[in-house]
Design a protein around this ligand. Structure first.
Ligand code: G1P
Length: 274
């Protein structure tokens, strides 16, 4: 059983400045809902109710979002506007949220290691809220949990990207283990390679199921690409033991970490409600 989901949310979101000067990028809304709420909803759809959020300075709005705002509730009580809070209220009542701060920005691997105190010694999910995923049947995280139940090792979500975009992602090489479920046993992984060095065009997207031995590996992982501690490098150690499966998920991902992807997601969701 995967019971906890870790949300690394300490990054500065510099691509969205000045919007992210005083607002966490995870709180930027697609229509009326902040990115991180979509992430939490995806986790809940996968049966996860314990959220572990890695924050940093200037990120308090995230904690306030997943809490009751008594003043506001009092103000709109009995009005039709109250309905706008139904979804978030039920989310808050069905989940617990724990937070810890990443003091220094030393990369995604470091952020995940910071979360050890909230996760403990059990397999867990990681969700990067700026990769917003839509799906038809099961949520992407739910699909991955099904894969985890079969293989009982770390699972990463992948999708094919244009070769010239490999430098934006962790990229994998692997052997197809199951054609019908689109799963690969990972043999190599590289963080943000130039297209000429990329082993394939299969890119990692921001969904992971990790086994807890990843924490010990991360403690030993030296800074890699960009001088940061990379989860991709730590996962390569597990992959060398045959313990990482890549899964080509069913659904659509929007890269809401870029302005272009953010606008695409906004248009997509707007069409969905009108
Ligand atoms: C991170 C990971 C990268 C992965 C990406 C998915 O990069 O380091 O391997 O492909 O998330 O969004 P970031 O986008 O945080 O730079």
């Amino acid at each position: 059983m995967i019971k906890k989901c870790l949300f690394p949310a300490a990054g500065y979101g510099t691509r969205f400045l000045p919007a992210t000067k005083a607002t966490p990028k995870e709180m930027l809304p697609i229509l009326t809902k902040p990115l991180i709420q979509y992430g939490v909803e995806e986790a809940v759809e996968a049966g996860i109710h314990t959220m572990a959020i890695i924050t940093g300075r200037g990120k308090r709005a995230i904690e306030d979002h997943f809490d009751i705002s008594y003043e506001l509730e009092h103000q709109i009580k009995g009005e039709s506007k109250e309905n706008l809070l139904t979804e978030i209220r039920s989310l808050i009542s069905s989940c617990t949220f724990s937070y810890t701060r990443q003091i220094e920005m030393k990369g995604l691997g470091h952020a995940i290691l910071t979360g050890e105190t909230l996760i403990g010694d059990e397999p867990f999910a990681v969700l990067l809220a700026d990769d917003l995923c839509t799906h038809e049947e099961d949520s992407v995280l739910k699909q991955m949990i099904d894969v985890y139940e079969k293989y009982q090792c770390s699972i990463i979500a992948i999708e094919e990207v244009a070769m010239e975009d490999t430098n934006k992602y962790g990229v994998i090489a692997g052997e197809l283990v199951d054609n019908t479920t689109n799963t690969y046993r990972v043999t190599d992984m590289v963080e943000k390679p130039d297209s000429k060095d990329a082993p394939t065009n299969m890119a990692i997207i921001g969904r992971y199921i990790l086994t807890p031995d990843i924490f010990d590996i991360l403690r030993e992982t030296k800074p890699g690409k960009g001088g940061e501690i990379q989860i991709t490098d730590a996962l390569l150690e597990q992959a060398k033991q045959g313990n990482v499966i890549a899964y080509k998920f069913k659904g659509t991902r929007f890269d809401c970490g870029s302005v272009e992807g953010f606008v695409e997601a906004t248009n997509y969701f707007y069409q969905g409600v009108h």
